[in-house]
Design a protein around this ligand. Structure first.
Ligand code: SF4
Length: 200
């Protein structure tokens, strides 16, 4: 499959945008490392520009027929935050909603606090909590920021909530009831919602 076929795809009537393969984590459960990748092989050789994505959306999709436009892809989307802002403005101009699935390390990755900007362009900020403390998080997610990544992620969530963002922390159901209860308490402590999702 050519790169341009991998930039935009549809799952469950939502449109997904694949802007990058880059990621500051190397999560053990990441779909990127499955032998048979879910949704097909979405590795891209070249990252698309915002204009590439808008061109695809404009010519191939009637956004009113879909749910959210989700920045997700095969890496951490905030590496491409400038593009996200531009694409979001286009999506909003069509009356559609935006969501981002992020590891919450975007401000650290970009070396600037992006929380004020992200709450302005993204309707739902979905942050993968993954674990209930720094040690467990590092053991699963292997961030380039080591055990600091957990606090970086929670601080990002807290700041987004403070600035009026609709923030959802997500965990997978396989972590067990005790861990889910702890995750709920963490979400509450930063003012976010919690989503317990099935492991793919
Ligand atoms: S943060 Fe997401 S894209 Fe990055 S390794 Fe983890 S699951 Fe994969």
């Amino acid at each position: 499959m050519q790169d341009k076929e991998k930039y935009v795809y549809v799952v469950d009537k939502n449109i997904y945008i694949n802007l990058t393969n880059r990621c500051s984590n190397r999560c053990e459960f990441c779909v990127r490392y499955y032998d048979k990748p879910i949704y097909g092989d979405l590795w891209i050789k070249e990252e698309p520009s915002a204009e590439d994505i808008i061109d695809i959306l404009e010519n191939r999709y009637d956004l009113s027929k879909y749910g959210e436009v989700v920045f997700c892809g095969y890496g951490e989307p905030t590496y491409r935050f400038d593009a996200i802002e531009t694409i979001s403005a286009y999506v909003r101009s069509k009356g559609s909603k935006t969501r981002i699935n992020t590891n919450g390390q975007g401000s650290e990755i970009l070396g600037e606090d992006i929380t004020s900007r992200i709450v302005k362009c993204i309707d739902t900020i979905n942050i993968s909590l993954n674990a209930t403390d720094a040690f467990k998080y590092d053991k699963i997610c292997h961030s380039v920021y080591g055990e600091k990544a957990f606090d970086i992620m929670l601080e990002f969530a807290r700041e987004c909530v403070k600035k009026g963002g609709n923030v959802v922390l997500s965990v997978v159901d396989v972590i067990g009831e005790d861990e889910i209860a702890k995750a709920q308490a963490i979400a509450q402590s930063v003012g976010a919602k919690i989503r317990v999702r099935q492991l793919l």
